[in-house]
Every structure is written in C-alpha cells, then in structure tokens.
Design a protein around this ligand. Sequence first.
Ligand code: ANZ
Ligand code: ZN
Length: 866
Amino acid sequence: MTTDRYNPRETEPRWQKVWTDRRSFEARHDPSRPKYYVLEMFPYPSGRIHMGHVRNYTMGDVIARFRKARGYNVLHPMGWDAFGMPAENAAIERGVHPKAWTYDNIAAMRGQLKSLGLAFDWSREFATCDPAYYRHEQEMFVDFLKAGLVERKVSMVNWDPVDQTVLANEQVIDGRGWRSGAVVEKRELAQWFLKISDFSEELLTALDGLESWPEKVRLMQANWIGRSEGMRFSFTLEDENGKALPDKLAVYTTRHDTIFGASFCALSADHSLVRTLEPEIPGLAEFRREVAALGTSEESIERAEKKGFPLKLYARHPFRKDVRLPVYAANFVLMGYGEGAIFGCPAHDQRDLDFARKYGLPVIPVVAPNGTDPSQFVVGNEAFLEKEGDQTVMINSDFLDGMTVPEAKEAIARRMEALGIGERKVNYRLRDWGVSRQRYWGCPIPVIHCAKCGVVPVPKQDLPVTLPEDVTFDRPGNPLIHHPTWKSTTCPTCGGAAQRETDTFDTFIDSSWYFARFCSPDAKVPVDRAEAKYWMPVDQYIGGVEHAILHLLYSRFYARAMTLTGHLDLKEPFASLFTQGMVVHETYHTEGGEWVLPAEVARLGEGYVRIATGETILTGGIEKMSKSKKNVVDPETIIERYGADTARWFVLSDTPPERDIEWTENGVEGAWRFTQRIWRLVADVQQKGAEKDFPSAISADALDLRRATHRTIAAVSEDLGALRFNRGIARIYELANALAAALQKNDRSDGMAAAIREAGETFVILIAPMMPHLAEECWRVLGHSSLVVDQSWPKAEPALVTSDEVTIAVQVNGKRRDEIRLPKGLSQAKVETAVLALENVKRALDGKPVRKVIVVTDRIANVVSG
Ligand code: ANZ
Ligand code: ZN
C-alpha cells in the first residue's frame, strides 16, 4: 500500500543506493551495442554546487537515461577541473593547503551531485590535480615537444611588481593588478607555447563539418581564428632630411585599395625599430612605459585613447613619389599581429581617423558611394566604412579611380608584386597558446634547465613530476621557486646539476583532453586507443556558452595534436554541442542598497519585507544568479525541502533549455505538487488498471486513452531526442490529464482497465529520465520488482499515433494561453473537458469560476470566466 504523501527524503537516498549497488550506470566497452557518450562540462570544485550546475547536469542526465532506455551503451562520466587560482587564494587568505581545500570541496560537491540522483559512472571519476591524471598530461607534452608542436618563445606578460607575479589579462583592471592595485608592467618572459596557430586553417574549415553545433558558436570560433586576406608590403624609409635609410618598413593590410588615402604609418611600441630608436629620441622610453601599462589585453588597448609618438622618420608612398608619410609609435598597434606595423588611412578606419584628428594629419577619402562627386565627398568625425551590398567607387586614387574596391585590391596587389615590394598574405588572428603559468596549483611543466644542455624534457620513466606539498604562501610569487629543494635536480642528459622548470600549465590544458581520458581512466597510457575508438567522439556535449571559444578550440586542437602523436585517432572531439541558458532570479535589496538573499525575504501585500526585521525590501531586477547580488537559491536547501526530482523537473519545465530560466518559488511549488499528483495517480492506476491484456474489441474511450498514450510516447521521444525537454514535459502533463480523466470516470468499458495500466506504466517510464526516484517508487507501486532504469523505452504503435488531429488555440477571456492537439471534429463537450484540464488555463483562471466555453470547431476554444 502507498502512503498518502510521497516522501522524497526517504525514497531518494534509497533508490540512489540501489543504483549504486547494482552499478546501474557503469559503462563497459561492448562493440555489439551502439554507444552513446554524453558529457557535461566538468565543474571546478569551488565547494558547493549552484543552480547552474543543477540545470546543466540534469539535462545531461535526462539524455543519458533516455539513451540508455533506448538501448544505447551510455557513457556518462564525471570528474573535476581541479587546478587553478581559487585554491591558491584560499591558501593565501585562509592558510589552508590548496590540495586539502580542493579535495574537501570535491568531497562536498560529489555528495551534492549524488543527492541529485545523477546517472554518472562514478567509477571513472578523477580530478585533474591527481598525479595519476597529470602524469599523462606531462607525457603528452613531452611527445608534443618531440613532434614540434611546442615552442619556447619570449613573450610579453602582464607583471604585477608588488605581488611579483604574472597576471592574466582579466586580472588587469584599468592598468592595475586586481589584488595589489599596483600599476602593471609589461615584462618579457621565456614561456612555452603550443603551436595552435599551425592549425588555424584546419580548425577554421573543419567548423563547416560541425553541423550539430550551434551556429553562433561556430561563428564565434571563426571570428576568433580571424582569417583575413591581405597584403604584406614594405615602405622605404628616410630621415627628416630626406636621406634614405637602410631599413625597410613592412606592414600588413587588408585594405591595400586605400593606399592613396594613407597619411601616416604607425608601429607597435614593441616594434624592433622603436626599440632601437628608444635611446636616441627623448621621451620615447616614457611613451613606451605608458603603453606597457595598458597591459596585453586587446580590449583595454581598444578602449584606450589613441596616442602616438613621432619617430622623426618618414615612409615614402610607393606610388606617389612626392608624398611621404610620418612614422609614429602608436598605442593601438599590436606587436603580435601581422607585422606589428600599419599604414593609416583615416578616411576609412575609425582608429586611424581619431589618430589623424588628434595629430592634424590629412584625411583623404578614397572610396565613395557610387555617383558621388569626388570633390564634394568629405569625411567628418566618422570614417566611411562600406557596408555589405553598398555600391562604391574608388576616388582620389590615380590609376585606381573608377574601380570597385575588389578591382582596386587586385590592381594594387599586381603592381606591388611586379615591383617586388609586397605579396598577398593570409593572416590569422589566432595566436599560439601560451601555456606557462607562474603558479603553484597546476601541473608542473616537465622540463629541466641545464646550463650545459639547455632545456631537457624529463624522461618518461621519471614522470610524473609531482608538486611538492610542503610549500608556503607567506611571500609573493610562485611557491615552487621558494621551495628549498624541489627545483634542484640533475640533468638527465649530462648528469650535472640542473633546475626544474617552476612554471605550471595553464589549466585549460587539463580540460582539453579529459573527455578522452574518461574512455579509459585507469589506462597506463594517456588514452587507451581501443577504448577511445569505441567511445569517442562525445555524442552530446553540454555546457555554458562562456566556453564557446577557448575551451572548445583548445580541445579541438588537442584532439589533433594527440592524433599526430599517436594518442588518439580523431579530429573533432564533440560531435554535437548544446549550450544551455543560465538560471536567473529576482534580486532584492534594502533601501540602503544592501543585497539580501531571497531566503531572507517574504512577500507582504504588493511588496517585500525582510523576514527577520520587517524592513522594506525592494526588487532590483531579474539577473543571473550570483553571489555578489545574493540572488542565489541553494540547491541543497531545495533538495532538502522538495527532493531532487522536484528540482530536476522544475529546471527542465516551461523554458526552452537554451534560454535563461527564471527560478521562482511558485514554479518549484508547482513541480512539487505535480510529484504528489503523480503519486496519487499511480496508486489509482494500480487499483483500476488491473488488466494487462486487451480484449479483442475495446471501447471508444479506451481507444482514446490508448491513442493519448501512444501519441505521448511519440512526442516525448522526439522531444527528448532533440533536447526539447520543456516540450516533452508539456506532453507528459497532457497524458497525466488524460489518465486522470479516465480514472475519474470509473469507466469499466471493454479494455479500459488495460488501457489504464498501459497509460500508467508508460507514464512512469516517460517521467523517469526527469524524475528517476519517483519513477522507481511508482514502478514498485505498480507491482514490479524490476527497476525502471532497466526498462526499455516504450514504442509508439503507429496505428495509434496517426489520426486526424488538429491544433486548437486555447484562450482564456479572449487571451491566448495555450494550444492543444485534439482529434478532428471532436464534440464541444470533449473539447471543453480537455481545455479546462490544461495547466495554463487553470493558472489563467486563477480560481475564478468558468461561465462558459466557446468552441469554434477545430480552431479555437475560449474559456470565459465569471
Ligand atoms: C590599412 C587600412 C586602411 C586598414 C583602412 C584598415 C582600414 P584584420 O581584418 O583584422 O586582419 N592592422 C594590421 N596589423 C595590425 C596590428 N598589428 N595592430 C593593429 N592593427 C593592425 O585587420 C587588418 C587591418 O588591421 C589592416 O588593414 C591594418 O589596417 C590593421 F581603411 O591597413 B589596415
Ligand atoms: Zn645537462
């Protein structure tokens, strides 16, 4: 017998234990079955899960459970992206060791994820900070090194002189270190780079094959790779007196057509020519320092006021012998792109225009809308940029006059090639990936520096190079440098005294191959090729769009690099990608502007008050849940109060998964009430649906219920397969209504009992991916000793699915609230019953009595309330 109320607190841990004991979700290589690898981006062990995790992992879980029921051999693993700064910050601020902090957090979060009943194969779990994981990362780095995929280069970093540390671009705020507040300097440092730029073209063109990726992500990646077709050409240089100099100035441009509009040249402050001139020109050193304080981020450079410093040099115009262009060092020219030098054409580039206005340089338009009189066309404070589809013509441009822009580009390219001063060049914005970090809590870079032999990779038999645990955080800089002994070692080549590299890897490396490691988490090699061949690629990858660029691009590169070094045989690691929306919530604050947790607030009349004090609370708008605005709801509290199934159901309902979902108390209450309703419904099914077999002829009502059941199977299967969870759920509500209606009528017509049983059992299997615990409990109530988790997904009988159906728009008091699919020509009474049972209609009625229902056959049903 069932009790009146469904009590998730009792059932959920019980079913979780059953699944664990039966190893229900452990995946085993089985070539006789089709595999399905579903993966959600693994979490950083911050200490607690948040609602974003709940939404993300629930989606993956529904897919995993659904695919399993459909007969796939499912791999659904979980691990921890466990290296990174926050662990070190905790060490500095609170004196806990990063390792202890990290593993404690993992333990806490593992418990929280388990309480959600997620169908993970926990036997494959690892953390990237486990030496057993990162030793393989080190091994692959050594292989990459041998394969020429790695380079050691001097590069510019943001240096915090107080904290004695390198800062990431995001850690530089208005030119100052985020923690110390010190003015950031630029420093040159020898660092390791992975040569991702060798793959620019390949990573770009292969995007076309990623048809199951969101278009916007593919576009973001394409922009990031940033292919452009242009020219590299050289100017001859002269001094103020017109004396020719030996040096030439090479520039990169995509607008060689605008060469007759050139009015200056600009060099990056780090350009070799500028460096050479620094001691000769007073004030130049100061200017370079000022530019350095902008840091290395393109964004801050873009935002800064455009400034230059005249170098007392001139570039001779290649086609106008009487024109020479002043040469500047400028803060907006990047060293890492093209040649680190440009010619400026103010009329057709906004940065160049701002610069020209500031320094009084000529502005000569050379492209104009078709039909413009060249002598009348002027450029004011906005550069003239042609938009796609514009009809334009070259003006003021000598032999180019009258041409279109593409014609002019071609003409200039030919001339320059003929003169031997330039060539066509494809450029990519994508830079090599700098992977050295001057940090403790990361994977040690496995190389040794020997005074005699130079850089020597650590021999494989000496791996892993493990992090020392006895480190201190009492002074600025990298603890690995301060460690008394760790870095002293002997050179593997000559046996002499040598030093370990004290830099560690960028944590993006850790997450660039973890998905491959999950295929064989205990292998003695980084990846067991046979396992990876079976499981890879990931069939469905799910994560936030904030990782659309770097993480995914690095992973795509890693798959290629691993393939080149024989660790994998695959190019694209993620066959299909889904980027879910965020969880948002109303923000609350006091009149004084202090943010207040939703849990501390209660509704009072039209407004809100703080429960503890009664003071007035104001709302500040719906925003992404964040600690800073305190608009967070703790999943643990929700699970304790309502159970995991309610939370899971809520995060999937109503809102399409790619959109932001608003967390509301009402919504959660609604999901909770539905779990209770299911519980009562199933108890009723068990009583009234005693038959298993259908008689040879069944009543019209029984047939109706069967049709509802099979149509729901068809629709939910399609919706879950396409990740339209909210739509699948809406269909499940409809089936609940149909089943409830049949039960209520106490109809004993032929076949009804079997139809009820069929509907009830189907219903339980259909809700199982979303509410797995409740489903198991209901399955037991229905008299089964098997588990729902082991049931196959029901099949829709085609004859019961196809029927003449129409979509009827449902209104309440003339306002559209829903729609419903019903058999064509259905009687007024039946339409009325179906419509009144809709959740959206009930919500819109808000308890008001129904006066009448106006039905326009097969088109509209309007519910009019009293
Ligand atoms: C002359 C010109 C005239 C340009 C004009 C633009 C408009 P993409 O498309 O991103 O490749 N550029 C080249 N190297 C640069 C560097 N190191 N730092 C800053 N800017 C640089 O952009 C290529 C354009 O960006 C080039 O074309 C160059 O300016 C600038 F009406 O050359 B152009
Ligand atoms: Zn040596």
